[in-house]
Write a protein that binds this ligand. Structure first.
Ligand SMILES: C[S@@+](CC[C@H](N)C(=O)[O-])C[C@H]1O[C@@H](n2cnc3c(N)ncnc32)[C@H](O)[C@@H]1O
Length: 311
């Protein structure tokens, strides 16, 4: 039997406008069912095949996530996962499968130097480190000491040695004069895509908060672009479903900051193009190259990912 989810009228009304009444029903049943639990096997410490066998031996059923080699959906609750010895030893990281998309879009390579400007608690930082095979350098920045403590713990647990942790205001980071060819900007957001894992978000959601965040996200993007090299790539992402936090910010990046959008492809992912209009506002056509995912598309969190290039 599915649990009853209480949804704010204003939120429901927007989602119905985005999806239509029928598909909104699919969204609600996915949220009531909850997202699929997912782990990323940490190949910096263990062999993927051996770890799969070890976890299957104890009765866990693993199903491959098509868009990331080391990612598996597991039929085990979060408490069991987080209390397992393999988790404590950093053999795997618990991460929603959609949260793995921004690093995939960034395509970090061995020996590169990458800035992760809003990095804590480090889900994507640790994934980037894994993709770089612990070479090169990641500057992982955040301005919350509490969240940075979690990031440091994760970096250490996963055996990452290519990560420099900085405690700076992202709005001012550019003042240190460093430039990067690749930047991950996973901004603070309303989190409405995470409702599938956290129903509380339905209660906290308000249009006022969304609008305030949208302005802040544009400020963060403007500041991040100052740290980006010419021809450099910046991946912008949120776990929000709100066009103000997603398409509107990308439209701002194109029109005000002169960035270009590059298409990104993800293997086996169900997704939609970025919206080109919302509430009477028309966005730049290239905003459609962004990737928008609803929770009911893949039974993951909802996410928005856009790859931006400085020409
Ligand atoms: C969506 S979370 C990042 C999640 C992280 N990328 C991950 O994958 O684990 C956004 C982060 O931005 C940080 N943040 C917000 N405003 C900031 C600022 N002005 N400077 C630095 N960090 C900031 C918050 O503390 C929060 O940790």
């Amino acid at each position: 039997m599915q649990a009853k989810v209480r949804v704010k009228e204003s939120f429901e009304e927007r989602l119905v406008r985005m999806l239509g009444r029928e598909e909104y029903g699919e969204f609600l049943s996915a949220v009531a069912k909850r997202g699929k639990k997912c782990i990323r096997i940490n190949t910096l410490k263990v062999d993927r095949g051996k770890m799969v066998k070890r976890l299957e031996k104890r009765g866990w059923r693993l199903e491959k996530v098509p868009w990331f080699e080391s990612a598996y959906w597991v039929d085990v609750d979060t408490k069991t996962l987080s209390l397992s010895i393999e988790h404590a030893l950093g053999y795997f990281y618990i991460q929603d499968a959609a949260s793995m998309l921004p690093p995939i879009a960034l395509q970090p390579k061995k020996e590169e130097v990458i800035l992760d400007l809003c990095a804590a608690p480090g889900s994507k930082t640790t994934q980037v480190a894994q993709m770089m095979e612990n070479t090169g350098a990641i500057v992982a920045n955040d301005y919350s000491l509490r969240r940075l403590a979690a990031l440091r713990g994760n970096v250490q647990r996963l055996g990452i040695v290519n990560c420099v942790v900085t405690y700076m205001d992202a709005l001012e980071f550019w003042k240190c004069g460093l430039k990067f060819k690749k930047i991950l900007l996973d901004v603070p957001c309303s989190g409405s895509g995470s409702v599938i894992n956290c129903w509380r978000i339905f209660e906290e959601w308000s249009l006022g908060i969304v609008r305030r965040l949208s302005r802040y996200q544009k400020d963060l993007l403007r500041a991040a672009v100052k740290c980006l090299d010419k021809e450099g790539v910046l991946v912008y992402s949120t776990c929000s479903l709100e066009p103000e936090e997603n398409e509107e910010v990308v439209d701002f990046a194109i029109r005000e900051l002169g960035l270009e959008v590059e298409e990104t492809k993800f293997r086996g992912l169900k997704f939609r193009e970025g919206l080109t209009s919302w509430e009477g506002k028309r966005f730049h056509d290239d905003v459609s190259k962004a990737v928008r995912i609803f929770p009911h598309d893949n039974l993951t969190e909802g996410f928005f990912v856009c790859k931006l290039v400085k020409k």
